[in-house]
Design a protein around this ligand. Structure first.
Ligand SMILES: NC(=O)c1ccc[n+]([C@@H]2O[C@H](COP(=O)([O-])OP(=O)(O)OC[C@H]3O[C@@H](n4cnc5c(N)ncnc54)[C@H](OP(=O)(O)O)[C@@H]3O)[C@@H](O)[C@H]2O)c1
Length: 337
């Protein structure tokens, strides 16, 4: 059967926010699987802040997307043709499908997912890469203890909302930082944080003095920049800072703004540690099992922000992350289930 595969390829390395001319839209016939291969129809794509980093030249924890290559993206899809012993037509899988309607795969890096156990977009959120990031970043690097104070930025987003909920499940006092009154209300009322600071209308340093009078034991940093600097001034002795991301800096055209207040690490015998979720790949099953249990028991709330529009809507939808227009996990719907 001949299928048309529309896709976005990287046309140029962006300076600042990605522009339409940084992308090339293409349509080509979807490939037929050879021996040991399968064809997956993309149903949902994961839109991630990290995509901005993958568009840059230069060394990172993963090679950049090459000019002319299909843009890298995680996704969930359905197997529509298979000559692979492990995958049958009709199976659902998650993996690096790319920004395209069909992905030809040799099966490496694919995980089977079950839509009867959780809605498919959840496999891109709580049960996907952001959930794994939250779980291991908080528990392995943040090491929160019951009664301690945990602060999370990007608190209404995919990673941050899960970090705060897991910290609550571990008996911590949890303070979110998010942009705008609506998001802060959601963080407290829906995700169960104890408090949330609106960094767009409040001075974070002053608000933290009130919300965390005994200091911050764990800071899970999703945003970097001025917010990281502000939290550094409020550390408790022995604090752990998890450097998960720095979205405030991803589109910077000037050198990245480093933390001026880092001497607080010395004064407070604190540490700041970077984490990359892929390092925990062989333990994802452990996290997925525990988080599925919490989801089933109603102890963990999963929120996905599913945007309609198909592959064509990718460039504009990606920008929502940098404008703060998403709440929870940003997902692009590509085809009906
Ligand atoms: N290290 C890893 O392995 C790993 C894995 C996954 C994700 N990450 C990182 O984790 C962070 C969160 O990712 P996510 O997928 O959960 O995204 P997300 O939080 O769902 O979406 C991004 C959010 O960032 C906030 N934001 C955007 N620009 C900002 C700015 N200038 N200052 C402060 N906040 C800003 C916006 O929320 P507001 O409206 O609240 O501003 C926006 O909604 C990112 O930095 C990402 O790169 C790291």
């Amino acid at each position: 059967m001949s299928r048309s595969n529309s896709q976005y390829r990287l046309a140029a390395r962006p300076v600042g926010l990605p522009k339409p001319t940084d992308w090339e839209y293409a349509e080509e016939p979807a490939a037929e699987p050879g021996e040991g291969e399968l064809l997956i129809q993309t149903l949902y794509l994961s839109l991630d802040p990290a995509m901005r980093g993958w568009m840059n030249e230069g060394k990172s924890y993963i090679p950049p997307v090459g000019i002319g290559e299909v843009m890298r993206a995680g996704g969930v899809g359905r197997v529509v043709a298979s000559r692979h012993p492990r995958f049958a037509v009709g199976d659902h899988v998650s993996g690096a499908l790319g920004v395209q309607e069909y992905c030809l795969s040799d099966g490496r890096g694919l995980t089977k997912v079950d839509p009867a156990l959780a809605p498919l977009p959840v496999y891109l959120g709580v049960l996907g890469m952001p959930g794994m990031t939250a779980y291991f970043g908080l528990l392995d690097i943040g090491r929160p203890q019951p009664g301690q104070t945990v602060v999370v930025s990007g608190a209404a987003g995919a990673v941050g909302s899960v970090v705060g909920q897991i910290a609550k499940l571990h008996g911590c006092r949890v303070i979110g930082i998010a942009g705008g009154e609506r998001k802060c209300r959601l963080v407290v009322e829906e995700f169960g944080f104890d408090a949330c600071i609106d960094y767009k209308s409040q001075d974070v340093r002053t608000a933290l003095r009130e919300a965390a009078p005994d200091g911050v034991d764990v800071y899970f940093d999703n945003v970097g920049g001025d917010i990281l600097d502000a939290v550094l001034t409020r550390l408790a002795r022995g604090a752990r800072i998890v450097i998960c991301g720095a979205i405030s800096q991803y589109n910077a055209t000037e050198p990245v703004k480093g933390p001026a207040n880092y001497m607080s690490l010395l004064i407070n015998r604190a540490s700041m540690t970077g984490m990359v979720v892929f390092d925990y790949a062989d333990r994802y099953g452990e996290a997925a099992a525990e988080m599925s249990g919490w989801l089933a028991a109603g102890k963990l709330r999963s929120l996905e922000d599913v945007v309609e529009g198909g592959v064509k809507a990718f460039p504009e939808t990606l920008l929502r992350l940098f404008r703060g227009e998403n709440t929870g996990k940003l997902v692009l719907k590509v085809a009906d289930e």
